[in-house]
Design a protein around this ligand. Structure first.
Ligand code: GLP
Length: 243
């Protein structure tokens, strides 16, 4: 695991964009694994700028997203399909037909079958990740066991609390989501984790201990051969992490 302490959020996003850019330039037809949440927003803005101003070309790139809320239509402004269009796809020259976000409405079992079928034939060149305050990745919530493939997850109360800020009220936060499993994530050739926000507990468990713990799914990143973890200096200082 390579850990990079950036001086602030802006620098973190720029350095993380460098990692994605390197993959896109080396493999212009690859599949990017993408994430939602506030952590990668600045990196998506930087990639959009590089596409607009520096000719970074996404025209043959494919993508697949980590997760989607159950019950939200793609047109709902808190759905992850809407988020991806709004924060990235509408600002780069990607063909939206080549982007995949699991379906949030309709038959859950059918949507899961489709999600797993897409993942089974996809070789993810780089998977972007954020982390939940409880250490969840995508929507893989802490538990005694974790899942290999895409599945439906019941969101933890703490995840509902953390994500309530995006909804009119806590009651509007969906209770279920479809998410890639830990196996899908760990099979990506490269992982790029951006730790931003109040993530002291998750960051400490990942960076200050060598325990792999299903009760803190982000710790599984330690098993990956090519994982890059970004965090801001402020958080590194708070948890006492020294490179
Ligand atoms: C959600 C998403 C995760 C994301 C997490 C952290 O729960 N499903 O993929 O990593 O939020 O979000 P943020 O980056 O806003 O802290």
């Amino acid at each position: 695991m390579r850990v990079i302490v950036a001086k602030d959020y802006k620098e973190m996003c720029s350095l993380a964009a460098d990692e994605v850019e390197a993959v896109v330039r080396a493999e212009p037809e690859c599949t990017l694994g993408l994430a939602t949440g506030s952590s990668p927003v600045g990196m998506y803005q930087e990639l959009s700028r590089r596409c607009r101003e520096e000719g970074l070309d996404f025209s043959r790139i494919h993508s697949v997203n980590l997760d989607e809320y159950v019950g939200l239509a793609p047109t709902h402004d808190q759905s992850y399909r809407y988020f991806m269009n709004d924060n990235l796809f509408d600002h780069i020259n990607i063909d939206k037909a080549n982007t995949y976000v699991a379906k949030g409405i309709g038959d859950v079992e059918e949507n899961l079958r489709e999600f797993n079928a897409v993942l089974d034939k996809t070789d993810i060149a780089i998977q972007v990740l954020g982390v939940g305050p409880d250490g969840h990745l995508g929507f893989n919530e802490p538990g005694d066991t974790l899942y290999d493939g895409a599945h439906r997850e019941v969101l933890d109360e703490s995840t509902i609390d953390a994500n309530a800020r995006f909804f009119a009220s806590r009651d509007d936060v969906p209770r279920y989501a479809l998410t890639m499993g830990m196996g899908n994530i760990l099979r990506a050739r490269k992982l790029l984790l951006l730790i931003s926000g109040s993530k002291r507990e998750a960051a400490s468990r990942l960076l200050l201990s060598d325990r792999i713990d299903p009760r803190c799914p982000v710790t599984f990143l330690r098993l990956h051969r090519d994982a890059v973890v970004f965090l801001e200096e402020k958080l590194a200082d708070e948890i006492g992490y020294r490179a």
